[in-house]
Design a protein around this ligand. Structure first.
Ligand SMILES: [Zn+2]
Ligand SMILES: [Zn+2]
Length: 279
C-alpha cells in the first residue's frame, strides 16, 4: 500500500516568478511545500488508485492521467477539499466515462447539490445528460457504520469533529489499512476505529493552526500542535503518523512547534511524493 498527497501549488507559479518561491521551510525537492488544497491517492494490493478528496485532483495531470483514478471519495464538502472536483469530472467526461461517480456522505452531497452543482457556481451535472441518456455525474451516498467497496478497497466511514458533515475513512486492501482523520478537532471515534483495525499501518492527521490560534482551531474543528500532541497518545504501537493540512501561512510556525512538542513522532507528507506503507 502506498499514499500520495497531491500537489496543490506548483513550481514556477509564484506571482513574483519562480525564483520567489520560498524554499526555506520544509520545501520538498519537487519545489513547493505549501498545500492550500487537499487530495490524496492511495494504491493497494490489487486496488486503486483511490482518490480521497478533490482539492487539487482536477488540476494534476492531463485528462487521461486523471482518468486512471478508479474511484473518488470525499471526506466533506469544504472548498479546500472539492475546489477542483468540477474539473476532474469534466476530465473524465472527455474520456466518455459518464456517469462519473463521486462518493460522499449524505450531508456532504446535500451541500454539493445546494452550493456547487446548483447553477451559479457550476451546472447541475446530475441533471445534464449525454445524448444516450446517461447522466454526466452521480453523487453516491456512502453508508455509515458498514464498510463499502470502492476501487478494490474496503472503505469504512465514521463522523469526526468538524462543524459540517465530515467523515474519517479507514481504507483497507485486505493486507494493510490506512486511516484518514480528515479535518477534525480531537476525536474519540477516530481512535476507536484505529484500535479495532489490526492491519493499520498509518494514520493521516491534520495540524491546521499554530498554538497561538488555539481558539480558532477549537472553534473551527481543527488541531494545533498542542491538541495534536494529546491525540498522539492514542496512536496504536507501530502505526505511523502522517501529517497534512498545514495552513500555508503558518506552516513554518506549526512545524517548529511540532518539532518541540513531539519530535520525530510525526512525518510531514511531501506534496507529490509517494509514501510506502508496506508491501
Ligand atoms: Zn474542513
Ligand atoms: Zn480542510
Amino acid at each position: 500500500m502506498r499514499l500520495r498527497l497531491l500537489p496543490s501549488s506548483f513550481p514556477g507559479s509564484s506571482p513574483a516568478g519562480p525564483e520567489a518561491v520560498d524554499s526555506a521551510v520544509g520545501a520538498p525537492a519537487s519545489g513547493v511545500a505549501a498545500q492550500p488544497l487537499t487530495s490524496f491517492l492511495v494504491e493497494g494490493a490489487g486496488a486503486g488508485p483511490l482518490a480521497v478528496d478533490a482539492g487539487s485532483l482536477g488540476l494534476v495531470g492531463e485528462p487521461a492521467e486523471m482518468g486512471r483514478i478508479a474511484g473518488l471519495v470525499l471526506t466533506h464538502a469544504h472548498i479546500d477539499h472539492v475546489a477542483s472536483l468540477p474539473m476532474w469530472v469534466e476530465a473524465l467526461l472527455s474520456l466518455d466515462r459518464a456517469p462519473v461517480r463521486v462518493h460522499a456522505s449524505a450531508g456532504a452531497i446535500e451541500a454539493l447539490r445546494a452550493h456547487l452543482f446548483s447553477g451559479p457556481l457550476f451546472p447541475d451535472f446530475e441533471a445534464l445528460r449525454e445524448a444516450d441518456g446517461r447522466p454526466l455525474m452521480e453523487l453516491v451516498p456512502f453508508p455509515e457504520g458498514a464498510p463499502f467497496e470502492l476501487a478494490g478497497f474496503q472503505v469504512s466511514a465514521f463522523p469526526v469533529a468538524h462543524p459540517v458533515p465530515t467523515h474519517g475513512l479507514l481504507v483497507d486492501d485486505g493486507e494493510h489499512a490506512l486511516l484518514f482523520g480528515a479535518d477534525s478537532g480531537p476525536c474519540e471515534a477516530l481512535w476507536q476505529v484505529a484500535a479495532s483495525a489490526p492491519r493499520l499501518r498509518a494514520v493521516v492527521l491534520e495540524a491546521s493552526f499554530p498554538e497561538r490560534m488555539q481558539a480558532i482551531a477549537d472553534g473551527s474543528g481543527h488541531l494545533t500542535p498542542a491538541t495534536l500532541a494529546t491525540e498522539l497518545e492514542r496512536v496504536p504501537d507501530g502505526v505511523r503518523v502522517l501529517l497534512a493540512h498545514l495552513k500555508p501561512a503558518y506552516r513554518g510556525e506549526i512545524i517548529a512547534e511540532l518539532s518541540r512538542r513531539v519530535g520525530d513522532a510525526v512525518e510531514f507528507l511531501e506534496p507529490g511524493a509517494w509514501v510506502d506503507l508496506g508491501q
